[in-house]
Design a protein around this ligand. Sequence first.
Ligand SMILES: Cc1ncc(COP(=O)(O)O)c(C=O)c1O
Length: 414
Amino acid sequence: MTERDAFLQDIENELRQIRAASLWKNERVIASAQGARVRVRGGGDSDGDGGGDSDGDGEREVLNLCANNYLGLAADAELIRAAAAALEDHGLGMASVRFICGTSDLHRALEEALAEFLGGEDAVLYPSCFDANGGLFEPLLSEQDAVISDALNHASIIDGIRLCKARRFRYANRDLDALESCLREARDGGARRIIVATDGVFSMDGTFAPLAEMRVLADRFGAWLMVDDCHATGFVGARGAGTPSLAGVRVELLTGTLGKALGGAAGGYVVAASPVADLLRQRSRPYLFSNALPPAVVAAALAAVSRVAAADDLRRRLDDNAALWRDLLSRAGFSLLEGGHPIVPVMLMDAGKATALAAALWERGVYVTAFSFPVVPRGEARIRTQLSAALDRDDLIFAAEQFRDAAGSLGIFS
Ligand SMILES: Cc1ncc(COP(=O)(O)O)c(C=O)c1O
């Protein structure tokens, strides 16, 4: 075998190992807009008995309880109209990075609107929040500095920290004593600048970072606070301004996504003081060296920001849905992680049970995803359900009945 062939064979072996460890991620193919119900191609109907509505073309409709479409804006008519108008006026895209000839009036308008909405001086758009987090730390921190990160932070924060030269500290999830020890060690070690980095909401658990207490600690040690609010912006806090607003604190660095509650298309941003935003524009590599966001996406996000700031109706509906869903599932005997966030993890504790339940629910027309080790700690397998303002009361009653019946037929509670 040539070295060239051996390369490919190694990859095939690695794929076999992923499958053997039950870690293979299957992608279902959705042939409709994102919403409370989606039409899924092929159906993935393993026992062949249908379930859900089938139109005979190999597509079926399922109730979707696993999207980040928190406010139900992914197929909102007003946002789509804004995107369509920008497509007409501004074309498909800028064919340029921002600093060459990729900055349109829409990009600047969205940056200003995000800064205003989220209480910062300026905002910097990125192709994704993964890129925003990936490009944030390296321009701000050097060998003389320190970065302190929650152990459950999103992969993009972890990768962004890896790309900077600062001394790294990690503290147990939401553990304020451990954070304080890290801060003390960083200061005693002579760190010049310190950033404490956290998710505002931890996406596997739906739990909130203790931002008020973290602010006090950060101030005591002269540190900056960085919050990734992907699972909060638009629906947590007054006017949907996110976890800092809920906790009543200011943060120096706020990152977020346009790919969840703010319409669900794509894009990310950093909100910060003007000098920080200016430095990111000069030095942050994913900003400097990647194509500008398409104008249609930017225009839709701009419409989303103004819709969301006034969307108490949608936030109320989302909160009511989350409360009803928690109540229905608890009464059906499921064990949930406590909290008030629309991420509602249904704890099965066993990877086999979680996978079997998700498959049985799929057969019954309910689309959910099972998570097990290494995505969540060993022995804490779960189905992560996510609520949306697009769902209604009947949807949730139907889904809860399916959860109860599927679990009963699988003997999950026995
Ligand atoms: C906490 C968190 N941060 C960052 C990201 C990345 O966001 P984007 O999809 O905009 O790259 C995600 C998306 O899954 C996320 O959940």
